[in-house]
Each structure stands twice: as C-alpha cells, then as structure tokens.
Design a protein around this ligand. Sequence first.
Ligand code: NAP
Length: 505
Amino acid sequence: MICVTIGCGSHKRMIEEWQKLADDNVKFVELRLDYLRKDPQLFRLLPNRPTAVLATVRRKSDGGNWRGTEEARLKLLRSLIAEGVEYVDLESDVAPKIPRFGKTKRVVSYHNMEETPEDLDSIRNEIIQTGDPDVVKIAVTPKSISDVFRLVEFMKRARFEKGKPRLLALAMTDLGFFTRVLGKKWGAPYTYAAFSNSREVAPGMPYYKVMRDEYRYDQIDSDTQVFGVVADPIAHSLSPMIHNTSFAEQDMNCVYLPFRIPKEELSTFVDEASDSIGLKGLSVTIPHKMEIIKKLTQLDPAVESIGACNTVVFDGLNRYGYNTDYLAALLSIETAVAGRPLQRDEESPLKGMSALVLGAGGAGKALAYGLHERGARVIIADRKVEEGERVARWLGCEFCPWDEREGYVVQILANCTPIGMFPNVDESPMDIKSLRGGMVVFDAVYNPETTYLLRMAREKGCKVVSGIEMFVGQAFLQYKLFTGKRASAAYMRSVVRSALSAARE
Ligand code: NAP
C-alpha cells in the first residue's frame, strides 16, 4: 500500500489535495498536520474523510514543522485518536505517554536525521517493549551505502520474527532511495510517497505516481527481480522509465531502480548489491563506466577494447560486463546504410567506408571501436590532441586535430560530443558546407531528437540517425541481457520521446 503524504499550509488546500488523491484511486493518505499554518481544525478535516488516514504531527527535531508547544502537540495527538483516525504516528519517546484507544492503529516511529545507528535491533526492541506499536517505523540517514545495506539486513532479520509488529524501515536521501521501493520485498506494510513531483516532504521521497505507475509498488513481493542504473548524479536518467514501462508491458515481476552511488562507493555497492537486494542486472553510466571494469569477472571483448562497460549481469558470484552502447549505435548506422535491418551473419555494409567520429569521450570511443571493428576506415577528431591521439592509436584509428575536421571527405559522420544538446540547440559541431548528399550522419545527442546537425543533414539529402536510436537500442539490448526477452523497441522509443517532450515543457 502507498501512503501519500500531504503537507500544506492551509486546511482548504489540504482538503482539496486529499480529495484529488481519492479521485485518483489513492486509498491511504498521511496528513502532516505540522505543516498547517493555523492550529489544526479537526472538525474541518476528519468528518467525511475520502480515504483512510495516518495523522502525523512531527516536531522539528524529527524533521517536522510543528511550531506550537509540545503540550499542545500531545493534546492534538490524543484528540486525533479520540476522533478515531485509522492510524496515528507517535514518536518512540512519546508513545508510552499516549495510551491505546478505540480502533486507531499506532505507527510508533524513530527518526534519525544525522546517521544510521549501529544497533537498529535494540531501537526496534525498545519500541516494541514500551510503545505498544502496530507498526514500528525506523527512518535513518545513511552516510554511506554500507549503512543502507545494514538497514536492509535489519529488515530481512525482522521479517522472519513471528508475532511481532510489522517493521517499516527506510533510509532517507537519494542514497537510500531504493529502500522505499524494495522495503515491501522484506515485509514493510506500506511506503510513503509525495503528493507532487516538486514537493518532497522527506528526503528521497518520490512522487506517488512514479511509485505507483512506474515502480508498480503494489505488485512488489519477495520474488520481484531487481535491476537498476548506477550513476552519480542520477536525477535525470530516463532508464528507470524505459525499463519499468517495458516490464509492465510484458507483465514481468521486475523493477528497475536508480542507484545514486558516489565514485568511492562503487566497489562496495557492486560487492554487496547482489547478495543484499538480489540485484540481477545493472546499467552503468557516468562516472562509473570505466571503474566498474575492475569489478567484473568476465568481460565482453568490446568492453576490453573500448575500456568502458555500460551493462552488468549478475549471476551468483559472476559479474558479466557488456557494452550495448557501441552495438546499438552501430546497428542503427548499419540499418541506415543498408536501408533495412541486416540479417544475422550478413556482411556489414560499413566495410571499406570512411567515417569521421567527433569526440574521443565515452560515446566517441564506442562508435570508433564499432565502426573500425566492422571494417570502416575511422578518423577521430578531438580538441585534446594528446588524449585523442592516444584513443585513436589504442583503437587502431587515425587522429585529426579538431580544427582540421572539416577538411576530411567521409561517407559517415558521427557526432559524439554534446554540441547541439538542449539548451544549446542552435549549435552544430560541423559547418553545414561539409555535409554532402548521400552521407550518413549520426548524432549521439538525443535531446532534442532532431538536432541542428541532423536538420541540416536532412536538408542536404543525407541519411540521418538520431541519438534516440542509440539510446533505445542500448536499452533494448540491455533488456535482452537482463531478462532473456525482447522488449518492444517501438514502445521504448515512444516512452523516451514523450518523457523528453514532457521534460522540455
Ligand atoms: P564524454 O565522455 O564527456 O565525451 C565528450 C567528448 O566531447 C569529449 O571528447 C569532449 O572533449 C568533446 N567535447 C565536449 N564539448 C566540446 C566542444 N564544445 N567542442 C569540441 N569537443 C567537445 O561524453 P559522452 O558520454 O561521450 O557523451 C557525448 C554526447 O553523447 C552527450 O551529448 C551524451 O548525451 C551523448 N550520448 C548519447 C548516448 C545515447 O544513447 N544516445 C549514449 C552516450 C552518450 P573534451 O574532453 O575536450 O571536453
């Protein structure tokens, strides 16, 4: 069950938002009465309530907003119970002072806004002994990913203790975000989610529609398979949306989550995630694509050659690394050149063609490797001469200084720099004069889908391949590696397009 938290300053707005949630089929709402600017008026809020309610009056020391006295707060909590709210949240030190009454269920909570204490079991036991809880809620602040895994082990231990109140444990902030979604796997009775995308009442709390429709929280159970993307930062990744909507479309008991893991924590994360949370597959992105290679037990030859891995499949103690970026870009360029998808084992039409790759970063290396591997003559242009020459030598390609790139006459042009990316949509990495009809022009940039370069190329009669094809292609190939199943590339493409246009609005 998802409990949507409403925290707003006026009664009128709180009632309106509550009704809006009920109209959207939400069944359980937390009213954060500490957010009201005036004294809470229960006679306005509680009669005719549209959903079951959890009433919370959080004081400042626990991350809340209550401005009144503690005496007034305790009185309000007692009144809420007397009014028969379905659930009331009582902090662990306060619960012993407020006796059980009527049918109201008691969420007895512990919050730590500073750290994740070592002895979580003692905190829980004490709450059970002194607080008369129906649900024990423990919300902590992780300082490292090890703290989050420690919390997960705590949940797993508690799950198998019979006859004890249920435990809802969560690690706040984006580091512990996944505990909010996966807690249900380990017995959490519900999770919290925010009323809107822009209003986060507690650190790391997601929008309820994302929790409900994207992560499909209500379907998560102990068998749910876990996948995700590891990055830092992670906020704008489209990968959770593309994979989760495909899981939903194929009715698979899988969930795909964002893991914001700082560079120095990657090793611990990879060592523990498979055992702790049952991680089966991982997309890897900036800044971890190179560093992750050290953690692999088996590498696809492309990973070794490019020096970057964007996909890891976990299987027991084995971790297999792949690079679906290069293959996705290559397949879409081959399709454009041939005018149709290639048959398996068909000779690549790229053999003997000339290609200019702009940029020697992650995407540039992947493209240059793929084109070279298919038998094209590849020139890499980069503004850093030493680095560009090193990459070109390593991949068996030629190098050209950035300022000389327009002097080359090639059949394939691949932009692998961010030039032209939103918001700089009027920029192009090449002068329009260097484009000729019949060329294939690929742009790794996918926001916008039709970059200035691609627009000009189309006008000149070039065949164009957008970064969306690479993005969708790499996700399609990952999905196959993760699940053994084929997703619908057309569906993935439509999901990405609508997410990008929504983000620009
Ligand atoms: P990266 O590793 O940071 O490499 C970027 C490359 O572009 C570097 O060689 C950089 O040179 C060069 N560059 C940046 N700004 C430049 C400028 N103004 N003039 C000349 N060169 C410039 O980044 P990446 O991961 O390869 O990504 C590159 C682009 O591809 C991004 O827009 C990214 O969104 C896109 N991409 C798309 C997909 C997809 O699936 N469609 C996948 C990966 C990447 P310096 O080192 O000198 O800065």
